[in-house]
Design a protein around this ligand. Structure first.
Ligand SMILES: Cc1cc2nc3c(=O)[nH]c(=O)nc-3n(C[C@H](O)[C@H](O)[C@H](O)COP(=O)(O)O)c2cc1C
Length: 169
């Protein structure tokens, strides 16, 4: 899929067939995360791939907006390493760029995906830290829920002239 087509047609998918995604697709999506820009090129990300049925159930029980996770069959927890962010302080932006790359890659592969927020909500980050055993310097920023789509969503034109400011606000 061409890059602009991917950007303009990507939507959050929350209904999945339950069919597992292939190792090759998974690797491509994670690789897209690694290709994201990062401040000072620190690449402070780590990716925790969760496919265990019980683990997916456990996360979906504590995350009120990730109920689709067990049906999707895969959650990739995108984490930032506080020790790697150095002086820049852009850990969340770096990991968010990785997440967006991964969403677009999933869409380009014909898969469905949705970004489930974690940081900065302690009720979400704390249990996830425990479930996947994150070291103290590692922040779970967000989770990419990914699987085979059981729904097709229309693309939406969201361009809004009133939010575009030329030279000054
Ligand atoms: C930081 C962030 C957190 C989000 N968290 C969730 C979530 O927990 N569960 C969910 O279903 N969607 C979540 N979303 C997806 C948004 O709801 C979705 O992007 C938005 O409704 C626009 O729809 P679209 O992605 O189809 O364009 C999140 C998106 C962002 C950027």
């Amino acid at each position: 899929m061409e890059v602009l087509e991917a950007i303009f047609t990507r939507r959050s998918v929350r209904n999945f067939t339950g069919q597992p995604i292939s190792e090759e697709h998974l690797k491509t999506v994670v690789n897209a995360g690694f290709c994201a820009p990062s401040a000072h090129n620190k690449q402070p990300w780590h990716f925790v791939i969760v496919r265990d049925k019980d683990a997916l159930e456990n996360i979906s029980k504590v995350h009120p907006y990730a109920k689709m996770l067990p049906q999707a069959g895969c959650g990739i927890i995108v984490c930032g390493d506080k020790r790697k962010e150095g002086m820049t302080g852009f850990l969340i932006e770096d990991c968010s760029a990785a997440i967006q790359n991964m969403l677009l890659a999933a869409h380009g592969l014909g898969l469905g995906a949705v970004w489930c927020g974690l940081y900065p909500v302690p009720q979400l980050t704390k249990p996830v830290i425990k479930f996947v055993n994150l070291p103290s310097a590692i922040v779970p920023v967000g989770m990419v829920v990914i699987g085979h789509k059981a729904e097709e969503k229309e693309s939406i034109d969201r361009y809004d002239d009133s939010k575009v400011h030329i030279e000054q606000w």
